[in-house]
Design a protein around this ligand. Structure first.
Ligand code: CDP
Length: 217
């Protein structure tokens, strides 16, 4: 069974998708982490996000592994190296949407995502899972929250990771990525017509997971 979880930045998709996968005993696939890992590889190779030809070249050669740990956490392995924390850094966040809008990059990563998803039951989270990667997914969710709440959640999360960010930085990043992700030509962020929309603004993590489990019964 495939469960698709899409939505804008900072809505809490990854948090609830990860918990849901653990509770169901499904594999968890964080597709955003794959775009982030490729962005890290590009920056480490001094390839700017605007250099599409070289980014595509890197995408064709990159090895990204998503390891589901026993404690429910996810390790992201880029060419054999654990980059789970590095991919959350501000510089990666700043450029990831420019990398993710490149058509050929999406073709390569979507192929990887379909291969991972074909291995068995899984929960995938991203922007285009229900619309493009697995349009035939048995269950689709679109997780949303007000802009204010999304800024608040992401700010707390980054502070928790020890990052020195301001609320204004976070607000700027979210609105920049929302704009690029939802207006790009290739696979823009959209709610699939058959996805269940959940506004999580006033809900706790447990309440959101509870709702999702309720729809799965
Ligand atoms: O920060 P957040 O966790 O909300 O984002 P993410 O899931 O880590 O994704 C980072 C970026 O990757 C997004 O802003 C999109 O530009 C891109 N992305 C995408 O284009 N398609 C996906 N399926 C997942 C992520």
């Amino acid at each position: 069974m495939i469960i698709a979880v899409d939505g804008p930045a900072g809505a809490g998709k990854s948090t609830v998708a990860k918990i849901l996968a653990k509770q169901l005993g499904f594999l968890y696939i964080d597709t955003g982490a794959m775009y982030r890992a490729l962005t890290l590889k590009a920056l480490e190779n001094d390839v700017p996000a605007g250099d599409e030809q070289n980014i595509i070249r890197l995408a064709c050669a990159v090895k990204i592994e998503l390891r589901n740990n026993a404690d429910g956490s996810l390790s992201v392995i880029l060419d054999g190296r654990d980059v789970s924390l590095d991919i959350r850094k501000p510089l990666i966040t700043q450029f990831v949407s420019d990398v993710a809008k490149i058509k050929e990059v999406r073709q390569v990563l979507v192929k990887m995502q379909r291969e991972l998803g074909s291995r068995g039951d899984c929960v995938l989270d991203g922007r285009d899972i229900g619309t493009v990667v697995f349009p035939g997914a048995q269950k689709k969710f679109f997780i949303d929250a007000s802009a204010k709440e999304r800024i608040n959640r992401r700010f707390k999360e980054l502070k928790g990771l020890g990052q020195d960010v301001s609320e204004d930085d976070v607000a700027g990043d979210l609105s920049n990525r929302d704009k690029i992700d939802s207006t790009r030509k290739n696979s823009p962020l959209r709610k699939a017509p058959d996805a269940i929309y959940i506004d999580t603004t006033d809900l706790s993590i447990e309440q959101v997971v509870g709702k999702m489990l309720g729809f799965l019964k």
